[in-house]
Write a new protein. Structure first.
Length: 302
């Protein structure tokens, strides 16, 4: 769907993006992660043609974006941080106005269908200035998909939302991805939301790519924490040393021990076999590595 090849963006002597290559496949929910100043927003703005790369190439649906023609944007929708609407008119009139500017066919029926989909149909005639931030963000999503794009770019769509608003936004994004078959790039500081939504992701730091890949594969391929419930801790330290695992914590709960270990995902079967061979019964195994832990480790090494 989208590919960036060796993209660089300089502002004078400052390098905002350096040698960035990435690939977004059709159907992805693609997480775009990185600390402030990592180059996320700059990259999204280059994709949308708002600024030009200093060097490198961008391909959308197999075609090179040359920076001259903006015709490819008809297949891209976007919501950059907060939705900007005419606050003195209704939600319905906002979408109708934008739809007319984009020459959207069957406009009235599409507007009503979208307002139902984002949960705003009952407030369709209310002025936008009466909406909560969550309602405005959902209206912004409706605006971004009104022209039925192939790719949707969301930059911090849950910014400023309360926990329920974040859940509503997550459910809406997943619904659009599955039911409308729209590929989505989502930039967010709420790592738990990316972990729940994205199938693939990239982490940027200081304008460079740190890692890119399948979310679940990235979270299980390196050292992680594993919590076990076991019958005994006899010889536990020596067994862990043999398997290149380290003990994080031990707590006795009733007749069992809850043990937290630092180890690789691939070593779990060998660990269980070694415990059983030494008379230690294993009652529960829970990998507890989170995207937050992975993110902190990845960005701190750059």
């Amino acid at each position: 769907m989208l590919e960036l090849q060796n993209i660089n963006k300089n502002f004078g002597d400052f390098s905002a993006v350096e040698g960035l290559s990435l690939k977004v496949n059709k159907g992805d929910v693609y997480g775009f992660l990185g600390p402030n100043g990592a180059g996320k927003s700059t990259t999204l703005r280059m994709i949308l043609g708002l600024i030009k790369p200093t060097s490198g190439e961008i391909f959308f649906k197999g075609n090179k974006i040359d920076g001259k023609s903006k015709s490819y944007l008809k297949d891209i929708g976007s919501l950059i941080e907060r939705a900007e609407m005419y606050e003195s008119i209704s939600a319905q009139d906002n979408l109708r106005l934008l739809g007319k500017l984009s020459n959207v066919p069957n406009l009235n029926s599409k507007v009503d269908d979208l307002l139902k989909e984002v949960g705003l149909f009952d407030r369709r005639k209310s002025k936008v200035k009466t909406f909560s931030q969550g309602m405005k963000q959902r209206l912004g999503i409706a605006q971004a998909v009104l022209h039925e794009p192939n790719l949707l770019i969301l930059d911090e769509p849950s910014n400023g939302l309360d926990p329920q608003g974040q859940i509503d936004m997550r459910n809406l994004i997943m619904k659009i991805n599955k039911e409308r078959d729209i590929t989505i790039i989502i930039s967010s500081h709420i790592l738990s939301e990316i972990e729940l939504m994205a199938n693939r992701m990239i982490i940027l730091s200081n304008g460079k790519k740190v890692v890119e890949g399948e979310v679940q594969s990235l979270l299980t391929e390196n050292d992680m924490k594993v919590k076990l419930k076991i019958s005994s801790v006899l010889n536990l330290e020596s067994l862990c040393n043999k398997l290149n695992s380290s003990i994080v914590s031990i707590e006795k709960v009733d007749e069992l021990y809850e043990v937290e270990l630092q180890m690789t995902f691939q070593a779990i079967p060998d660990l269980i076999a070694a415990f059983n061979a030494n008379g230690i019964n294993v009652f529960q195994v829970n990998p507890i590595r989170s995207l937050e832990e992975y993110y902190i480790k990845a960005t701190s090494n750059v």
